[in-house]
Design a protein around this ligand. Structure first.
Ligand code: ZN
Length: 351
């Protein structure tokens, strides 16, 4: 029996918004499509995590043209229209709040670390409202205040595209994450405002100059919710040893991404990737960060998962692979959920 998993990133709201699972798509119906729904979460010991609002390009929007599918987003994406972004983010966030209301107590949108602990003990699925890219937030930060009051507790300043605040890393391989300019003045104001409110900043899609700008400004732990090790897989999306050292220094953490292309040394989108390779990344992260600063950040419904896992029901197989590598029960519990609660407690308390 493995500990409940609290997870750093999923894109399930997007699949429900785009109705990739059909017109009746619901979080409560077991689907063979995608990676995550409530019945499969229960089966896989998934106790909750960060539910991302990621605004798709207008060509992917249900009313904006032919949906191109999550797996086909461009390697170098362009910026989005602010009004479209706000409208879409409100639509996606409403799916999470409606799911909570319809769940009859089975799903809770959490705003404190105490609420996460209560949910994990009680068997209620704990969902953090997270924005993956700040396109829906105006440079005056009015929308930030409103979304915070609604429940926003985590924000990636960028996805892998430019916006008013910073520039994201494109999906390049092999590549350094040093791909463009750092934060704009509005981006620096956004960091200060998130510190003041106690909104966690997620660095996973930020380019390297932006990463160092945040590191110099923020008073919170540095966190990358769904990124892997650049030394093992030289994707622009992964973290260099210098970045890992800064994350450790800040007492932050990294969540392991399950995307095969961010894990394999060849960067190939090959689903025939053994779970032992994921344990190699976890070993490296533990060696560089310490056992208290490593967690899981699946990227369910937003990436190519290895066949050996399949979907959220296969997640315990990764914990089994950790046990086989010699991790004891206390270490597996930290990676499964305790480290996320520790870092969120520290980050949210300061707000
Ligand atoms: Zn992502």
């Amino acid at each position: 029996m493995y500990p409940t998993i609290f997870d750093g990133h999923n894109d399930t709201l997007l699949t429900l918004y785009l109705r990739e699972r059909g017109p009746e798509a619901s979080f409560f119906t077991r689907s063979e499509l995608g990676h995550l729904d409530l019945p499969r979460a229960r089966e896989g010991g998934f106790g909750g995590g960060f539910f991302a609002v990621w605004v798709p390009p207008e060509t992917m929007h249900p009313t904006g043209g032919v949906p191109i599918g999550i797996s086909q987003f461009p390697t170098r994406a362009t910026g989005l229209d602010p009004d479209y972004s706000l409208r879409t983010a409100v639509g996606m966030a409403s799916i999470l709040f409606r799911s909570e209301a319809e769940s009859k107590g089975e799903v809770k949108v959490v705003r404190t670390s105490g609420e996460i602990e209560w949910c994990l003990a009680d068997g209620t699925l704990a969902a953090i409202l997270h924005f993956e890219g700040a396109e829906a937030i105006d440079p005056d930060l009015n929308a930030l205040e409103v979304f915070y009051q609604a429940g926003l507790r985590s924000l990636g300043i960028v996805w892998s595209r430019p916006n008013a605040f910073a520039e994201g890393v494109p999906f390049q391989f092999p590549s350094s994450p040093d791909t463009g300019p750092g934060l704009t003045d509005a981006g620096k104001e956004l960091v200060r405002a998130c510190n003041r409110l106690g909104v966690m900043l997620d660095l996973s899609h930020l380019n390297e100059k932006g990463f160092w700008d945040v590191a110099a400004l923020t008073d919170a732990p540095l966190v990358a919710t769904h990124s892997n090790v650049h030394a093992l897989c030289p994707s622009a999306r992964n973290l260099t040893d210098r970045q890992l050292a800064a994350i450790k220094e800040s007492d932050g953490m990294v969540g392991l991404n399950y995307h095969v292309g961010f894990t394999r040394a060849d960067g190939e989108r090959n689903l025939d990737t053994p779970l032992e390779l994921y344990v190699d990344h976890l070993d490296y992260l533990v060696a560089h960060l310490g056992i208290d600063r490593v967690g899981l950040g699946s990227d369910f419904d937003g990436c190519a998962i290895p066949s050996a896992m399949g979907d959220v029901t296969g997640q315990p197989k990764l914990l089994a692979a950790l046990a086989a590598r010699g991790y004891d029960a206390a270490s597996i519990r930290k990676i499964a959920h305790e480290n996320w609660i520790r870092v969120l407690e520290k980050t949210w308390r300061s707000g």
